[in-house]
Design a protein around this ligand. Structure first.
Ligand code: HEM
Length: 191
């Protein structure tokens, strides 16, 4: 039961971000816009912990990193919960702003959501047994795809002065997590 707390943390973080957005926004569109941004912002470190969990454990073996590694399924589910809250917030944000999105602009994020839900639904030993090699394919592709969407979303905000601080936050965390994975991969190859 204790190992499940990252799932609860993800849900509370997402709902907390919505609450803060709604409390501080001026007007409905601004409030839901904040909620959409902040739910993504708080979900990123939870996602990156899942993304880099095994790499952290291999580079810095220790009690904390081993616990994160062992519980990475629950960190992944925590991220899925938090990002489901992002989905709710962004639907409300789009509704409130009246902004119309083209189908094309929804495809990359839509695929990410499909992968997040498929990974969450198959986060069990039983699903691993049933899917065999396809389980690894789904989870390896899925986690890298979600990493790419986060990186691209933040990189796209680098060019605008107003959004540059959060873009630097997002891009640097994403690149740091990638660097940790590459370092772990090189360490494993050497040994
Ligand atoms: C079809 C699916 C999606 C739609 C329509 C969507 C829409 C939105 C909207 C409306 C915002 C607020 C934009 C603003 O006010 O500047 C936002 C922010 C954001 N979204 Fe999503 N999103 C989707 C999926 C995703 C996914 C799957 C990810 C990551 C894997 C993601 C990551 C982000 C990030 C990083 C931000 C900016 C957060 C910040 O300001 O710190 N989004 N999204």
């Amino acid at each position: 039961m204790l190992q499940r707390w990252p799932l609860l943390l993800g849900l509370i973080a997402g709902l907390g971000a919505i609450y803060l957005g709604l409390e501080t926004g001026s007007g409905e569109a601004d409030a839901w816009g904040r909620a959409a941004r902040w739910t993504a912002r708080i979900g990123l470190p939870i996602f990156l912990l899942t993304y880099a969990a095994s790499a952290l454990g291999r580079i810095w073996p220790g009690e904390i990193t081993r616990t994160i590694w062992r519980n990475r399924r629950w960190w992944g589910l925590g991220f899925a919960a938090c990002h489901t809250v992002h989905l709710y917030a962004l639907i409300k944000a789009l509704e409130a702003s009246g902004e119309v999105r083209t189908i094309g602009s929804l495809i990359p994020g839509g695929i990410a959501y499909l992968l997040i839900f498929l990974m969450a639904l198959t986060s069990s030993d039983a699903a691993m047994r049933v899917l065999g090699k396809n389980w690894k394919r789904l989870h390896t592709f899925g986690i890298h795809y979600v990493w790419f969407i986060f990186t691209a979303a933040y990189a796209g905000r680098l060019m605008t002065a107003k959004t540059r601080p959060e873009a630097i936050y997002g891009v640097s965390l994403c690149l740091l997590a990638l660097a940790i994975r590459i370092a772990a991969w090189r360490k494993t190859r050497r040994s």
